[in-house]
Every structure is written in C-alpha cells, then in structure tokens.
Write a protein of this length. Structure first.
Length: 402
C-alpha cells in the first residue's frame, strides 16, 4: 500500500518511480533484513531522515506465503510480483529516495518545484496550504502597516493642543479618525495645571500620521516660537527705548533742580552771613529787611513742617496713582473695545450684539472712573482755594510794605 509521501510496504512502487524488493522465503528462525522505501515531496523527508529499526520476535511459527502486491506507477515500469515471507526476527532498514532524483539534472530548483506541483495536481493532491494567506495579501497588509496614509498604519499617534476651555467643545473628530481611537485619546488627555489668574485651558487630541505630519507640527511650533521670540525682542526694544527716554528726561530735570538748589543754597548762605554781620555790628534792620526776615522764617517753618511734607507726599502719591489709573483705564478701554467688536461680529444676547458681561464690566469701569474724576475735582478745588489764600496773603504783604 502506498502513502502520499512514500511507501511503507516492501515490494511496492512510489508515485513517481518504481521500487521493488525481492525477498527469499526461508522457514528457519533466522532474521533477514528487509528494505523499506520512503519518499517525500521535496526530498528525503520534511526533516532529516532517521533510521528506523523494527524487530519482531516470533518463536517456532510458520508463516504462510503472502500474495505478491502489484502496483503500477504513473511514470515507471510495469509492476513486479514479489513473494515475501516474514521471518521470526526481522530488521528493516529504510531506504530514502527523493523526488528530485527523478527530475532531469538540467532543471533549476524552481522548475523542479513547479514540476512537483504539477505531478501532485495530476495525482489529485493540493500542494498549497489553505490556512495561509497569499503572499500578495501579506505584502499588501505589510504596506498598509507602514504607509502613513493608511488608517491601519503603525506610524500614528495622538498629540494634544492646549486651547481655552470655552473653545474646546468646537473641536470635533475628523472624518478619517476612528471613533474608538478618538474616545481613547479623549480619556487619556492630560490635565493642565492652572496658575492663579490665568485662563482655563484644556487638551484637545490631534492625530499625527507618519514623519511628515510630525515634521509639519514641529515646523509650525518652531515658526510660532520664532514669532514669539520676535515679539519679545520688540517688547524689549520698546521697553529699552521708553526707559532711555524716561532716564534722559528725568536726568535733565534732576540736573536743573540740583543747580537751582545749589543757587538757592548759596543765596541763603550769603543772606545769613549778611544778617549775622549786621546783628554783630549792632545795626538795626530797616522795615523791608525785617519783613524779608519774617518771610524767610515763615518759609523755613513751612518747609520744615512735617504736615507740609506729608501733604506734599500725599498729593504726589495721588497724582502718581491717578496717572497709573488713567493708563489702566486706557488699556481696559482698548480691551473692552476689542471685546465689543468681537461681540458684534458673533452676535450677543441683546439687540446690539454686545454680551451682558462686557456691559457689566464697562459699567463698573465707568463708575470707578467717575469716582476718580469726582475725587480729582475735589482735589483741584482744595488746591485752588489754597492758591487763592496764598495770593491774598501776598497782596496783603505787598500793601503792608508800602
């Protein structure tokens, strides 16, 4: 009986060749080796052949003569009959033959494989495995795994952009993204740490496929960083220019005030020397000199009066505060103007298209501005009254001198 990959019985022929073994029958208890021919599809076997030994021990038995098995081959000679009688002790040594040994020697390995497949097809056997995909399908799957334009590529991941939480709901899933991957990316979105007074931010996933998308993202980030650095340099240049202008103006004013102070100091010193000389000599001061002396004493008392100094510092501090407040109001007005313009473009809840929060902020700022104006008016009135009192005192002194 022949098998698919060879013959297991002695005296039989294989599919592509003839292998007959004649054995002499003996009635003794001696052992005689019988040859067994085994053949495989592409060689001796799928793995290196190992000799198999079968020993059968039979004591004092007589075997009947078996009928000769006759098999015909497809490409071989006519069958031959063999008479075989098994011995009590039989040792079988396998003989191995290859399909390639029946091929012409001038064929290549690929041609020999094609010829073997054709012979198997004629014999009704399928040389291909049904549980494996074709090589073309495997290559297509491999190409899809490494193609950045494919949805099944391995070169894809989700990165995250930090956007204001107000605009985060407007970022929807693109059509080419998978729902499961998008939901997983939303669940794995990192939470951003908030600083005091900063705007609330939220992470939005962005799909990146391949090195091209990653390079474009890096290029965009580098461009944004360059723009921010350029803006920072412009701000530094503007700040340096403002500081230089302020330094030059304040330095010039300080120089003028120092010069005037030195002149007044010298004049006061000369006047004090003259007064001391006159007092030491016993000369009496005339009316104008006496009035001048009293005026100098009054001025000295006013200058050295702590209330006057504190009043001056208070007025100066209020002026500085008003200047800073005016600058802040100007910036707030610009920001509100831009917010109003943006609200008009979007369209708010009221008829004018201005959001309610913008109107509330504007109302608060205008009320604060009105309070500052009222306070400034009061300060101006008090300063005006003091100036009028000073003018009246000067006129009275002028009349007394006359």
């Amino acid at each position: 009986m022949s098998s698919i990959f060879g013959t297991a019985n002695t005296g039989t022929s294989s599919i592509f060749g003839n292998s007959n073994n004649n054995n002499n029958n003996n009635n003794n208890t001696q052992s005689a080796p019988a040859q067994q021919s085994n053949s495989s599809l592409f060689g001796a076997s799928l793995f290196p052949a190992q000799p198999q030994q079968q020993q059968q021990q039979q004591q004092q038995q007589q075997w009947q003569q078996q009928q000769p098995t006759a098999t015909s081959t497809i490409f071989g000679a006519p069958p031959q009959n063999t008479n075989q009688q098994q011995q009590p002790q039989q040792l079988q040594q396998p003989q191995q033959s290859s399909l390639y040994s029946t091929f012409p020697p001038n064929l290549t390995q690929a041609q020999q494989q094609d010829l073997a497949r054709s012979r198997l097809s004629q014999a009704g056997l399928n040389p291909q495995r049904t549980d494996e995909k074709p090589i073309a399908d495997r290559a297509a799957i491999l190409v899809k795994k490494w193609d950045p334009q494919s949805q099944d590529t391995l070169l894809q991941t989700y990165l995250y952009n930090a956007v204001p939480s107000v605009y985060a709901p407007f970022y929807n899933k693109p059509n080419e993204d998978l729902d499961s991957a998008w939901e997983e990316a939303l669940q794995k979105a990192p939470k951003l740490e908030l600083e005091e007074g900063s705007e609330v931010l939220k992470s939005v996933p962005v799909l990146v496929r391949g090195f091209w998308d990653l390079g474009k993202r890096v290029e965009y980030q580098a461009h944004t960083l360059t723009a921010m650095q350029t803006r920072l340099h412009e701000m530094n240049s503007s700040l340096s220019a403002v500081m230089a202008t302020h330094r030059n103006r304040i330095a010039a004013q300080l120089d003028d005030r120092n010069r005037m102070h030195k002149e007044l100091e010298q004049r006061t010193l000369r006047l004090a020397v003259k007064l001391q000389l006159l007092r030491g000599r016993g000369y009496a001061l005339d009316k104008s000199e006496e009035v001048l002396r009293r005026d100098l004493m009054v001025l000295e008392q006013k200058v050295e009066d702590p209330a006057f100094v504190s009043r001056e510092e208070e007025i100066w501090g209020r002026l500085v505060g008003l200047r800073e407040r005016g600058r802040w109001l100007e910036e707030e007005g610009k920001r509100l103007g831009s917010s109003v313009a943006e609200g008009k473009e979007r369209g708010g809840g009221n008829g004018n298209g201005i959001p309610a929060e913008v109107l509330e902020k504007t109302k608060k700022i205008l009320s604060a501005y009105e309070t500052q104006l009222v306070h400034l008016g009061r300060e101006l009135e008090s300063v005006g009254k003091e100036y009028e009192d000073w003018q009246a005192a000067q006129k009275q002194r002028a009349t007394t001198r006359r």
